[in-house]
Design a protein around this ligand. Structure first.
Ligand SMILES: NC(=O)C1=CN([C@@H]2O[C@H](COP(=O)(O)OP(=O)(O)OC[C@H]3O[C@@H](n4cnc5c(N)ncnc54)[C@H](OP(=O)(O)O)[C@@H]3O)[C@@H](O)[C@H]2O)C=CC1
Ligand SMILES: CC(=O)N[C@@H](CCC(=O)OP(=O)(O)O)C(=O)O
Length: 334
């Protein structure tokens, strides 16, 4: 199947190219950014002698001539304009931005006015472990945020077993590539190097995304206290969930039962780390308890399981391929 990548000059766009070059079923037929008129090797010198393609100025009509499915690796707000046009042209869309992840009401509360109120209703949240049947039938996939991916995979199996009156904390840490390729004061080398800090505590836009999906899947409206941190790493995400158990349960059994048939979840018997998942679609999970205190830890690669490889898994499921086809599994270790 021919596919397009729009936003190919960004960090997640590059990861999409790298995965799709080796994919047994997808063929990259169109790549674009906001300017075009260059070769992909000018954008990404790391792809020299690997792929030789023109980069186009992104245009939905042109996509429709050469592709059946498009990956949108674009900023929020920009993505919805392209998605709307592509869907009208009969192109399936996997959107890596936040534009279709939330209900219309929640989106407009936490982002901005929505420019595609028609399609947001039918978008499917692309967390394969929980929405696979819906993904199979979708035309538009909203790929989850990186923090919600790591947080939901750790938290969801325990929702039925924790005291929901006590605070639930999610302490999350991300590598700097999570902020995209454009540098800012916060991501400047001198600010990030040898440093670590929290940002937007209890106010980050991924908190409502986590809460909304817990409500949909578990029927519970929970106050989840989400605090992200920035780490001096290029890629990687480590999430720690702290909550209180109702009863003395076997926490490993809960996790095992939740994910026993899941290709891309690995249960670890020691606390997880980001390097063991870097370059892969795995989410590694570890759980332990101290009396009623619960600790669940999850690690993903923010650019892959948190974005591009999860997007290709969603496309695999959507197209009726095996979910693991062409998906990276070997980590960048050491
Ligand atoms: N980085 C991460 O870890 C994660 C990112 N995401 C989401 O994925 C999306 C992409 O993120 P990321 O790759 O980090 O972002 P980058 O900032 O690295 O890249 C953005 C891309 O969008 C392109 N672009 C911007 N405006 C336009 C336009 N009007 N027309 C065509 N192309 C345009 C840019 O092209 P140009 O070079 O021409 O400006 C660039 O290729 C975002 O929505 C982000 O929130 C989701 C999960 C994790
Ligand atoms: C380190 C860093 O800045 N991370 C980004 C999240 C990136 C991401 O996955 O989320 P979206 O797709 O919702 O942008 C942030 O905190 O906004």
């Amino acid at each position: 199947m021919n596919v397009a990548i729009i936003g190919a000059s960004g960090y997640t766009g590059l990861e999409l190219i790298k995965i799709l070059i080796n994919h047994p079923k997808f063929n990259i037929s169109y790549i674009a950014n906001s300017s075009g008129e260059m070769n992909v090797q000018d954008l990404h010198p790391s792809l020299k002698n690997v792929i030789n393609m023109d980069v186009n100025l992104a245009n939905a009509q042109d996509v429709a001539k050469v592709a059946d499915l498009a990956f949108l690796a674009l900023p929020h707000k920009t993505a919805m304009a392209f998605a709307k046009e592509l869907l009208a042209l009969g192109i399936k869309v996997v959107d890596l931005s936040a534009d279709y992840r939330l209900s219309l009401e929640n989106y407009e509360k936490h982002y901005c006015e929505h420019g595609d109120k028609e399609n947001i209703k039918d978008a499917v949240y692309g967390l394969p472990e929980y929405f696979k049947e819906d993904i199979k039938k979708a035309k538009l996939i909203a790929n989850p945020g990186c923090y919600p991916t790591a947080s939901l995979l750790a938290l969801l199996p325990f929702i039925d077993y924790i005291e929901t009156e006590n605070p639930i904390f999610i302490d999350a840490k991300s590598g700097v590539s999570g902020a995209g390729k454009n540098p800012s004061d916060t991501t400047h080398y001198c600010q990030i190097n040898d440093n670590v800090h929290a940002y937007n505590p209890f106010k980050h836009r991924h908190m409502p995304e986590i809460q909304e999906k817990v409500k949909i899947l578990k029927g519970k409206e929970l106050a989840i206290n989400f605090v992200p941190h920035l780490l001096p790493l290029t890629r990687g995400m480590l999430v720690s969930v702290y909550a209180t158990l109702k009863d003395d349960i076997d926490v490993n059994e809960v996790l095992n039962n939740a994910y026993k048939d899941c290709e891309f979840i690995r249960l670890r018997d020691k606390p997880v780390d980001v390097k063991s998942v870097a370059g892969t679609n795995f989410c590694d999970l570890f759980v332990t308890k101290n009396g009623k205190a619960l600790f669940v830890s999850s690690a993903i690669d923010n650019l892959l399981r948190g974005a591009s490889s999860q997007a290709v898994v969603n496309a695999n499921i959507l197209c009726g391929y095996e979910e693991y086809e062409g998906i990276p599994k070997i980590a960048y270790v050491p």
